[in-house]
Design a protein around this ligand. Sequence first.
Ligand code: NDP
Ligand code: HSE
Length: 403
Amino acid sequence: MSSINIALLGYGTVGKGVYKTIESHQERLQQLLGKPVKVVAILVQDKTKHIIPSKEVLFTTNFDEITRIPNLHIVIDAIVGKEPGFSYLKIAIEKGCHVITANKEMFAFHGSELQSQAKKKGVSIGFEATVAGGVPVIQTIKQLLQVNHILKVEAILNGTSNFILSNMRIEGTSFEETLQLAKEHGYAEADPTNDIQGYDAFYKGMVLSQLIFQKQPSVEEVKRKGITNILAMQIEIAESAGLRFKHIVSLFKQGEEVHCKVEPVLVTEEHPFYQVEGVQNSVSIATDLLGNIQLQGPGAGMFPTASAVLEDLIQLNRTSIVEPSFKEWTDSSETSAKWVLFCDTYQLVAFQETIHVVDRIHKKAVVVESKDEVIASFQSAYPDIEYYALKGPYESKVATVSV
Ligand code: NDP
Ligand code: HSE
């Protein structure tokens, strides 16, 4: 019987997970796809690091050898960075292969071009694994967009950051120790800068923006902040006030502009992200008909990501026509909002007319209410203070607070 032949680019956490899952789920895949699924080639950077999984697999460092394989049907990209992934997928599509990618950095910048090329060639592109690991957010959004208008998305999209913030709080481990653990679990990238500085979440936000709004905000306009400035002491203060740090991406469209913010915020107990812990990701989608839905699950790691890649494999031959569908996001409460400022009392004196102190949660931390632009000028006056948006209903614990 003929088979569905796959070349796997990359044999690290994701590549190995995909290989093993194709082996372990062969019978089910065959039932669903009508043919055996075979990994016929694997591309890596350094062959000496690896145990070759089977003599029947071409294990190579040379992509040209992969392009010469006859009857190659699918190329799965599980390598790192914009290049060479982009060039390899362009060649694969040109050759008439379907492609599936887990490489969000590459797809955030080149997804749109690859999709146009694939459309012209009549092949499919799966990119479920680029956003939120194993959580089926791409398929869900494609499905929703057929009838609903998507108004806004708020999401925890970096498993490593959420794992670090949760573990530091629960286990009292240091930032460095917890990051090391995230690497050992296969959550963090080999170079984890993108995870902890918010770039990884930003790439995922860009993939969602392109899918939902058919455009992306300009990179310079996106406020992007990672979790590296959050101190163990601040996590402790927040916890004692019933608040938790979460690193979130928010995305919405107003007029012709798509707005995206990638930043750590503090959430109250009632907020849907409060209980999202460890490597979990969560995506909250506001729509006009359905209202709000929230998807949650493991956002990184070998088998959750392999699950997303295999879901794409099953979907490849099912076409879905998705027209962009959006209404503007309007929320007047966004103009005056609550914040937690880690600052000294004297620093607020000059701002007492415009920054209203709601609560003092520590001698060096206050909950305040103010407009975005006032908080921005407070931050320019005191660049060293840390401030975080506060999300979810917040009840003041003291009757009156004076500066
Ligand atoms: P790893 O670092 O574990 O593995 C990367 C693999 O790609 C290695 O096998 C490496 O080869 C190979 N590789 C890297 N550069 C090249 C190159 N230039 N040519 C050929 N092979 C190359 O990464 P992950 O498996 O964790 O991630 C793979 C991709 O999936 C990344 O884009 C990542 O962002 C994304 N992703 C990761 C998730 C996770 O949970 N880890 C989840 C979702 C997406 P060698 O082994 O020889 O060095
Ligand atoms: N490094 C990424 C994360 C992997 O921690 O979320 C999943 O994309």
